[in-house]
Design a protein around this ligand. Structure first.
Ligand SMILES: [Fe+2]
Length: 476
């Protein structure tokens, strides 16, 4: 057997990241290499799928697995860790019945058309909130788009009820902070015979979202995030669209009802945050994205919108678990792309910010730079035919980047934590949960955010399945 054949037939080392994690634990002090900065305190909270089957049934897609919460806490030079499944309605019903209880992004256990139609017009949602963690006032939420968020105790990671219902059947797990109110700005879509995009505000202590803008739409697009400037919500509608009636009657899981229609182009809407007035659509080339990175108004009035863009929506197909396990990952390139919108002329231009490296799951110094001109972002990249294997620091002014990479290591989203009182935009650390494929365990990597030099790593005694997003909080 040739070496090439041997390599091809062996399982890719990163597949461990798609295995269910059974253990739930609390560990007072993880094995630590390196010395943590004195100023680093609080916790990194993460959410994501960690169980990919219920009884005899398998979830089909990476986005669908049952939610686990993770907590890495810093104190006295040590790192403690806890993890716990989100014991909400979805988990409880799965435990009780031994079956997948609710439809997810690309898994649908509901076989009867009657039930589908019933659930379309009087939906009963699950609460498998495995995408992102957001702090709203004193509350910590784990969020999904499907659309229920779940409040949880950031210390014990116990579920603590549903804090609010969004004004629609889908929403995003990437709300923005409203600096003036400390509330949440988010999107929801009302689907049915008539559809509309809605934008709402939720005050820090409220359970009643207030819709401040509406855009009617015949065939809504898939929306994972949006941008924010000081004056506008920047809403990009990609040409991956759905006829909502299909969601009720097609018999296919949610995501499989969307169609790629590049001839529609991508439509940007600018929504005035004060009046709620939405611009006419401003059309540009077709593309697809999960994640906006930042947006702001330039000195000349141009609206700058940075997005991690794909040529089309085929990335979604790459995350089917069967496909990853049988063929390995082959992720399309995410380009960090800058759009400049001229509102008066209704024109959009765009350019790549980094020449040669993909960039995804990007984070910025959000408290200081969101809605504003900025220079730095931290993200990850996956070279062709493998999984995400490097952390990237991008300089969007110099249009350059640096990397952290070690063979056999597979990092997740790098969360930037600013050093208190520091002047530089990039002074602090980035925190990333990394799979060590050789050991079969994961560790929390702490890098200097200015040069990506390693400061410390704290090793967990098991693997942590690949997941999506999280947040650092100073209060827990
Ligand atoms: Fe996301």
């Amino acid at each position: 057997m040739s070496v090439a054949t041997a390599v091809k037939t062996s399982a890719p080392p990163y597949l461990k990241g798609f295995e269910t994690l059974e253990e739930e634990s609390t560990i007072d002090s993880l094995e630590l290499e390196g010395t943590l900065p004195q100023w680093l305190s609080g916790s990194l909270l993460r959410t994501g799928p960690a169980r990919f089957e219920v009884g005899e049934q398998d979830y089909r897609h990476w986005f669908d697995g049952l939610t686990m919460l993770h907590r890495f806490s810093f104190g006295d030079g040590a790192v403690s860790y806890g993890n716990r499944y989100l014991r909400g309605k979805t988990w409880n019903k799965a435990e009780e019945t031994g079956r997948i209880p609710y439809p997810e992004f690309a898994t649908d256990p509901c076989r009867s058309i009657f039930k589908r139609i019933q659930s379309m017009f009087s939906p009963e949602f699950g609460d498998n909130a495995n995408i992102n963690i957001v702090r709203l006032g004193e509350r910590f939420l784990t969020m999904t788009e499907a659309p229920i968020s779940v409040q949880f105790d950031p210390q014990t990671l116990e579920a603590a009820g549903v804090p609010f219902m969004p004004p629609g059947m889908v929403t995003t797990a990437h709300p923005h902070l409203d600096r003036a109110t400390k509330g949440m700005l988010n999107y929801a879509a009302k689907l049915g015979p008539r559809n509309e995009y809605r934008f709402f505000h939720l005050a820090p202590d409220s359970d009643e979202p207030e819709v401040f803008a509406r855009i009617p739409v015949k065939r809504p697009g898939y929306v994972h995030s949006f941008g924010l400037t000081e004056r506008y919500v920047v809403f990009a509608e990609f040409p991956w669209v759905v006829n909502p009636i299909d969601l009720a009657i097609s018999g296919r899981p949610y995501a499989e009802n969307f169609k790629w229609e590049p001839e529609r182009g991508t439509r940007f809407f600018l929504i005035d945050r004060t009046t709620g007035e939405a611009s006419e659509p401003i059309v540009t080339d077709p593309f697809f994205a999960f994640h906006h990175l930042n947006a702001y108004e330039d000195d000349d009035g141009t609206i700058v919108v940075d997005i991690q863009a794909y040529e089309d929506a085929s990335i979604v197909e790459q995350f089917y678990l069967d496909r990853i396990r049988s063929e390995g990952a082959n992720l399309p390139v995410a380009e960090l792309r800058r759009f400049r919108i001229d509102r008066d002329r209704a024109t959009v231009s765009h350019e790549a910010l980094l020449d040669e490296t993909p960039f995804e799951l990007g984070r910025i110094n959000y408290g200081r730079c969101n809605e504003r001109a900025y220079r730095y972002a931290w993200g990850v990249a996956a070279p062709p035919e493998t999984w995400i294997d490097r952390i990237i620091k991008a300089d969007v002014v110099e249009r350059s980047h640096i990397e952290w990479h070690e063979p056999g290591m597979y990092p997740g989203e790098p969360v930037f934590v600013a050093e208190p009182g520091a002047e530089a935009e990039d002074a602090g650390v980035v925190l990333s949960v990394v799979l060590d494929s050789e050991r079969g365990t994961s560790f929390l990597l702490v890098l200097d955010s200015s040069d990506l030099a390693e400061i410390a790593r704290a090793t967990v005694p098991h693997h942590i399945p690949f997941h999506f997003h999280g947040a650092h909080t100073s209060v827990v």
